[in-house]
Design a binder for this molecule. Sequence first.
Ligand code: ATP
Ligand code: MG
Length: 573
Amino acid sequence: MKMSNMYMPTLREVPAEAELPSHQLLLRAGMMRKLVSGVYTYLPLGYRVIRKVEQICREEMDAAGSQEFLLSALQPKELWEASGRWQDFGPEMFRLTDRNEREFCLGPTHEEYFTSVIKDEVKSYKQLPLNIYQIQTKYRDEKRPRFGLMRGREFIMKDAYSFDVDEEAMEKAYQIMWDAYDKIFTRLKLKYKVVQGDTGAMGGKVSHEFMAMSDVGEGVVAYCDHCDYAATDEKAEVVYNVLEDNTEILEMERVHTPDVKTIDDLNKFLNIDKSKFGKALVYKVAGKPVVAIIPGDRELNEVKLVNYLGVGEHELEIADEETIKEITGANKGFTGPVGLSKDARLLVDSRITKMKNIVVGGNETDYHLKNVNYGRDFEGEIVEDLLLVVEGDICPTCGETMKMDRGIEVGNIFQLGTKYSDSLNAKFLDEDGKEKSFVMGSYGVGVTRSVAAIVEQYHDEDGIQWPLVVAPYHVIITVVNAKNEEQIELGEKLYKELISLGYEVLLDDRNERVGVKFKDRDLIGIPIRVTVGKLAGENVVEYSLRDSKDKTEVNADTVKELVLDEFVKAELK
Ligand code: ATP
Ligand code: MG
């Protein structure tokens, strides 16, 4: 492509709305533009990268024996009612009604739809295993669309679904997809970790997330270097050992704590360690109050809470002051488990039941209670683990200290079981002629999010540094002075030669100052660069790579070999 004719609206200024490097650089490099919050237009350079990421997904899915479909984004309500997710997806689902008042959604994912597609045609165990996929646009009305391609309301996903005769066969299919994802993310040059994930609204018990490691990632991972345990903070099991305490169980005491509302204030006021407090968190779940009591030195994990309650995350809200007053009779900040209104459901983290003589809110404004003990003073629903993991927690597998890091969830695989086949009545006849539900798995790669993740891992202060495998073009030839015959001639010659060898090449033949050309080429991040300048008459050009400061003067005839070397190094040839 000749840049004199290319649609590449680069920006010098950092767009005010963009916080993350990937968001800023994809806008600045003229790769995309925003339509409305969370919805983007892919411009030519950006779309080339997206298509390359799609193609890598396609090749690895095909190689793993999966077959490509393309389903509609528009899906009728009935499919989602059957699985219960018309309700469960809540406000994240884009819904619409046709002229005949029939309701639809724009698919946030396709478990129901794929299941319904195959169920009338796959009737026998002989047709299994089956693995099918698509690369398609998804719609989710995210609460906080942000960070450009990272969290869009419209985004491209590669989604796959497996159908098997039993759990064991499904586990095999799961492993095949895991391996395919390893290949995809390795080819994309992402530095990533595979971690246990929460299954959430998807259903099923086992899931793994592929996390591209990045300080700006929205995901948090707890992992252990001593064994291979790794999980998202939503999922990570918390080992919280209550210290052995031989003190007597003491008489409960009411203490005046005027205006002392937070655990920190209480810690200062009473001079008692936070681990001796029972912290109360008040929520409204589907309109009903729920109080959770956890050790005072920890935070609550809301995903564990909604999983225990069996509701969607969107059904959980922090209770307002009025609700708090109704169930405690007190202002906010003094909620506790003793004497709480029966209208509130009381959940107790299991560690609280092992702690002695704790301090809790008194359900009376400006009062707390000391020496409160589970069993004697209150009872509730005991929940094994409601805690959020923190740095330094003990690994649940080997007992060593864990570390924490941030990551971008670029892929997610799920063992679904029969949730969708049961609810959509998708059955086959097994070897003994018995009717059985398909045992399913589902597997997603965030295509557009992966593009953002690559930029997060590959950029510097001047712009993007695309790995060769996904770069919009492989080589950029910059003609320093486009009005100089010798320079333009040599530039064109190299351009044609490299194209004829199958490389994707940009020729910067614009009548621009050379500084502008260099700035643009840094910004758009083309990996291999050839500069045709003053020495063109001697058939000499400058050769450099985007991710290195080295420049060398080389004979123009050797450029094709140097480019080939880069392809060999990148294992692309
Ligand atoms: P998240 O937890 O980040 O909201 P999710 O777990 O809801 O994502 P999945 O249902 O697992 O997402 O979707 C499969 C993949 O699609 C994700 O791993 C992610 O890479 C991508 N993805 C999900 N939501 C978005 C989004 N809003 N924008 C871009 N990509 C997304
Ligand atoms: Mg996910």
